[in-house]
Each structure stands twice: as structure tokens, then as C-alpha cells.
Design a protein around this ligand. Sequence first.
Ligand SMILES: Cc1cc2nc3c(=O)[nH]c(=O)nc-3n(C[C@H](O)[C@H](O)[C@H](O)COP(=O)(O)OP(=O)(O)OC[C@H]3O[C@@H](n4cnc5c(N)ncnc54)[C@H](O)[C@@H]3O)c2cc1C
Length: 441
Amino acid sequence: MFSTKKRTYKQHFNEKDSFYKYSSPKFKEQQALSENLNTDICIVGGGLTGISAALNLADQGYDVCIVEANKIGSGASGRNGGQLGIGMRKDQLYLENKFGFEKAEFFWNVGLDAVKNVTNLISKYNIDCALKPGILHAGNTKKDYKYFIEEIEHMKSKYSYDNYEYFDENSIKDEVNTDQYYSGLLTKDSFHLNPLKLTYGLAIECLNKNIKIFENSPIDKIEEKSDNVLLFSKKAVIKSKKVIVACNGYLDNLLGSVRNFFMPINNYIIATEPLGEKLARQIIKRDCGVVDSRFMIDYYRFSEDHRLLFGGPETLTSKFVNNPVEFVSKRLFRVFPNLKNYKIEFSWGGTLAISVNRLPVFGTLMNNKLYYAHAYSGHGLAMSVMGGKMIAEKILDKNNHFNKFTEINHIKIPGGDLLRRPNYSAAILYYRFRDYLNSIN
Ligand SMILES: Cc1cc2nc3c(=O)[nH]c(=O)nc-3n(C[C@H](O)[C@H](O)[C@H](O)COP(=O)(O)OP(=O)(O)OC[C@H]3O[C@@H](n4cnc5c(N)ncnc54)[C@H](O)[C@@H]3O)c2cc1C
């Protein structure tokens, strides 16, 4: 399989530092792949999916290497909003209607385990990544309270789950100091954290376990060769018994038509100057992460040094915006107009992969010698670590979680190579309009 000329990972070359790069201790640069190599497992992509798969397999004695086109954590794993949420991207009612209760319950349990898995790894490896509890879903419309109350009742009666806290119109203003919200639902088992610190922390454990990491080494072609798989980079070829492709929104054409089952989209974040702990607590009282209820969501949280990290808008074209300050800050100042007097010190963006039903896409190729997991649809911080673990467990024949995800009948983004992007952009415009209508009703 050959990749196309367009390489998404290159959009991050020569960029300014993100807040995450500024705040994380440096990860020692790893050498590029320069000589041919034989290995048990070769992992393409040095984000959380790849790193997690590597850790789980090396623990079982496999010879593992990670090959990264750019730098460890230079994809979405080191750029995201840091919201470590339970569940899947869609709620349980949606999943029950689509897949039936049994399967929906399976997804719910995986989503809960995914967060526990990350917090366990943070404790096990003592990773300092500013982990803090709580994500608050804030209702932008007067109707949202009904959804929140139904959600609480549904989760209690069907899943015996009730670790939520509800906020009405008065109490939500006490939690988040803005007039934008009418109600809220705090998920106490979710967390937020600095994702690049987490990614580096886990990558350091890979090095401790003698996993070889090659940076600046894009894989251009993957080919099945009898009982092995060959991976071609510019300077060398890797011969591997099994391959894991963990490139998510940066996959491009590496696996041919597999890319048609998701849409790569760009999303952007800005960071204010440090606001001080007092002002930070006046803005978000209990220091949780916040996500609003619109289709085109705003998400934000305070950093370990009390900057407001605010993200949300995505662009309609595939063109990556290098300086997104203007259009992200518009959204920030709508929610918190009083912050107009503070400096925006960092801005950055990244590419994520969205599937039609918002569930991750898992699969195998080359007679079960190649595995892939991607398209966590904006809910991948916990699920990418889980995705890597599930691939490892599939290879180790430990459980059938991976198979259950491969059974999902994903549909292609309509329109083929030519019309996928325009179709997607039209849908985004529609939903932006719907958000606008909701905001004036
Ligand atoms: C701006 C933004 C905000 C987000 N916010 C959240 C959030 O708050 N909560 C949440 O749950 N999720 C969020 N996400 C999604 C989450 O970050 C991703 O789902 C997750 O990080 C995916 O991890 P990954 O390892 O699969 O992919 P990535 O971290 O994207 O890693 C893929 C890697 O593959 C490499 N690669 C690509 N092609 C090749 C090749 N040919 N050869 C070698 N290497 C290659 C890339 O350089 C990249 O490093 C966000 C994403 C973005 C972009």
C-alpha cells in the first residue's frame, strides 16, 4: 500500500510552541530509522494508541518498536483538550437504540475502564501530568436540563451509575462564572490533565522497557510478505511479524480505503496568560473541565499554572491554520467577556478523526498481521490508551474486546475522495446554523 503525496503530519513542522510543549519537560530526541530491522511488533505512530499498545506488548516479552513520522506526541495525543471523559462520544441512549442494551452496556463499561486504566497508569508510573477530577457538561439552551435529568435517571436505573451532580439555572452560574448556561451535569468520574506530560511519561516507560523508538521516520509503504509484513521508510525497511497502525487523523493514504471510514478534522486551542488561582476559582469554582452542549462544542479548563485553555472551533477545509488566535478567542470572549484584557500567550491546533457514528474504528488487514485503531471522534484521550491495550490483548489472545469493536458496522463518509470534504463542510455549516438558532431561542 502506498501513501499519497499529502502528509498531514508535516503541517506541524516549524510551528510555534503550544502551551503543552512549553510546560512539559523535554522528551529526549530519539534517532531516526537508518538501518534495516527485524522485530516481533512494529507500531506506526507515536501517540497514545501506539505507546499504549507498545507498553502492553513489551510487558509480555515481545520485541517492539515504535516508528513515528515526526516526534513522540506530535499528533493529537500531545495537543488535545486534556478532557479524560468516561463513556463513548455518544450517550448510552443513542448506543442502546443503535446496538441494543447488551452492546451499549459493553461500550459503557469499556469507557469507564478506559479512564480507570489511564489513572492507574499515572499512579503506577508516577506521571506528573496535573490530573484533576470532574468534567462539567454545561447546557447552552433552556431545554438542556431535561436531557441532563433524563440522563441521570436513565444511568441510575439501567446501569446503577449515579456519580453525577446536577446544577440548575442558579447553581450553574455559581460553578462557572458566565451567563451562557442554564443548567449543568458534573461527571465526577471524569478528569482533566496535561496530555503531553501524560504521553511523554508513558513514552519514557517504553524506553525503560527497551522498546525502540524512532522519530522523524515516516513509513511510506506497508506490504505483506509471506508470514511477515514489510514497512518501508526512506532509509530502511522493517520486517515485522505483526504491525499496529496508530496514525489516527494523520493516517492519510497509508492503509488505502481504510481512510474513507473517517473524516480528518482540525480543531484549535488557545491559552491565556496565567490568571492566578483566585481569578481561576472565580471563573470555574471547583477546577473541573467544562464542555458545552452545542454541536460545535466549546471545551475549556484551567492549566496547572492557572491559564484558561479554551478550545472548540473546527475549520471547514483541510487547510491547517497556524495562528488560530482570532477565531478561537472570539468564542472565548463570548463566554468570558471580562478576559478581553488578558493576553493570549499560546495557540495551536491538531487533527483528529471522526467516524459517522462517533465510535472508534478498529480493524485488521493482511490476514491478521496488521491491526489498526483510530477515529475516537474527539473522545480519544482515554479511549486511545484503551485502543492500544485492546489491540495488545487481541494479539495476546486475552479477551475479545477488540473483536467487539470490529463488529460495528461503520459506514463510509459519503462522497468518495472528491466529495467527502464538501459534504462534511456542508454538514458542519448546517450544525453551526442549528447552534445559532438554539442560541437565539
Ligand atoms: C485539538 C484537539 C482536541 C482534542 N481534545 C480532546 C479531549 O479533550 N478529550 C479527548 O478525549 N480527546 C480529545 N481529542 C482527541 C484525542 O486527542 C485523540 O483521539 C487521541 O490523541 C488519538 O491518539 P492516537 O495515538 O490514536 O493518534 P495521534 O496522537 O494523532 O498520533 C498519531 C501519530 O501517527 C504519526 N504518523 C502519521 N503517519 C505516520 C507514518 N506514515 N509513519 C509514522 N508515523 C506516522 C503522527 O505523526 C502522529 O504522531 C482532541 C484532539 C484534538 C486534535
